[in-house]
Design a protein around this ligand. Structure first.
Ligand code: UGA
Length: 435
């Protein structure tokens, strides 16, 4: 099948490479020549496990191409819109790019092509796109919604082996085309209306974000009643009605999706006069959670002015070099406002774009980063950080304060190494209970 994908961000690029690997003939278009040229040469602009090699393999096989423009007469059976939908100041998704791309497609696609959104778009966008195309005289095109559910770090696996597919359609032809497009993906498909498909995407992300904020609140209570949130999560997760995933307490969710999509869904609800109280609280809890280390550091060190704090981990989660809405940025910003001196370590991120200042270099040597530090904060649970030589870290630091913002370090061990230690509601297991 001839597939056109517009937008080579995380979603568009991974989707394009994966569809090519399944035998489709794929053209990925991006207006940004800075992105397109390296991609044409087989250089992947993002750090994603396995993507670079699969990209090169598909380029060599001639199934994947990159261009800056949609060709004038575009003979594609399906065109996927995968451009960014950034947050506007009021939290709503900015659809400028989506509509500009759809207009361009309306001028160039051959009759019967299916235009499907992959980007996360507000409920009702598919209907608006269809109206726009009809107004352009393109009653011969079909509009569908097929949202993606890939995670950064496991994007290829999530695309090729997803737990489900979602086809939001308004006609049988679109359903058939989406079925053929996904023929190589073995997963059950939910076939529904476009609005339902758009809502499935938001509701899924919002629900996962809710699980995270929920366990973070439980963690905060655990810290006050001497219970262990990690074990609470295990105990809860064994119930299949609850499930164990996304119950890791920590500094809250970041990245390019959950923060943006939760705010957007609050807006979508507001637009139809519905006050989504629960999701508003989820967003607020997440915001508060990020500043938890600041409160603890102030408690330990009093005045943070001139204190040296080492931030361990800059990416919003392990397995990616993405720093969008990373807890590290907000924490760094708050610490700098208090006059603290910061050093950063991350295994892959090389610069930290702290809000309100030029980006700060990130060290690739963790022991250098903690050298002479008054305190260290684990922000990202990279294996490289979890497996540090912690006795050496302690030796390098001037003062013993260590905050584990991802609950990945064993409290008892850290205390026995001489650290003054805090985390997010995980407690040291009493010796008598250790088996
Ligand atoms: C998320 C969803 O998981 C994907 O299904 C979805 O397709 C994607 O957004 C999107 O909308 O494009 P992603 O942002 O890559 O994927 O990252 P996740 O692995 O979901 O993690 C998001 C954040 O939640 C991270 O900051 C992570 O540290 C945090 N998190 C996750 C927790 O704090 N606790 C957990 O238990 C799990």
């Amino acid at each position: 099948m001839k597939v056109l994908i517009v937008g080579t961000g995380y979603v568009g690029l991974v989707t394009g490479v994966c569809f090519a690997s399944q035998g489709h003939e794929v053209l990925c278009v991006d207006a940004d020549s800075q992105k397109v040229r390296p991609l044409q040469a087989g250089d992947c602009p993002i750090y994603e496990d396995g993507l670079q090699s699969l990209l090169r393999e598909q380029l060599r096989a001639g199934r994947l191409r990159f261009a800056e423009d949609v060709p004038q007469t575009a003979a594609y059976e399906v065109a996927l819109i995968a451009v960014g939908t950034p947050s506007r100041a009021d939290g709503a998704a900015d659809l400028t790019n989506v509509f500009a791309v759809a207009k361009d497609l309306g001028q160039k696609l051959q009759p019967r092509a299916v235009v499907a959104t992959k980007s996360t778009v507000p409920v009702g966008t598919g209907d608006k796109l269809e109206r726009m195309l009809v107004d352009m005289g393109r009653t011969d095109l079909h509009v569908a919604s097929t949202p993606e559910f890939l995670r950064e770090g496991t994007a290829i696996k999530d695309t090729l082996y997803p737990p489900r597919l979602v086809f939001g359609i308004a006609d049988a032809h679109s359903a058939e085309v989406l079925k053929v497009l996904h023929a190589g993906v073995e997963a059950p498909a939910v076939v529904c209306s476009r609005a339902t498909a758009e809502m499935i995407k938001y509701a899924s992300n919002a629900f996962l974000a809710t699980k995270i904020s929920f366990i973070n609140e439980i963690a905060n209570i655990c810290a006050r009643v001497d219970a262990d949130v990690s074990q609470v999560a295990i105990g809860m997760g064994m119930d299949p009605r609850i499930g164990g995933s996304f119950l890791r307490a920590g500094l809250g969710y970041g990245g390019s999706c959950f923060p943006k999509d939760t705010r957007a869904l609050v807006n979508i609800a507001g637009d139809v006069d519905y006050d989504f109280k629960l999701l508003k609280a989820v967003v607020e809890v997440n915001q508060l959670q990020r500043t938890a280390p600041l409160r603890q550091l102030t408690d330990w060190l009093n005045d943070l002015s001139g204190k040296h704090i080492a931030i361990l981990g800059v990416a919003f989660k392990p397995g990616t070099d993405d720093t969008r809405e990373s807890a590290a940025l907000e924490l760094a910003h708050a610490l700098r406002e208090q006059g603290a001196r910061l050093t950063f370590y991350d295994p892959v991120v090389r610069r930290c774009p702290v809000h309100g200042s030029a980006s700060i270099p990130v060290l690739d040597d963790p022991y250098l980063a903690v050298g002479d530090a008054d305190a260290a904060v684990v922000v990202t649970e990279w294996p490289e950080i979890v497996d540090l030589d912690w006795p050496l870290v302690r030796q390098q630091m001037r003062q013993p304060f260590l905050y584990d913002g991802r609950n990945v370090l064993e409290p008892h061990t850290m205390q026995s190494l001489g650290f003054t230690f805090a985390n997010v509601g995980r407690r040291a297991m009493p010796a008598a209970l250790q088996v």
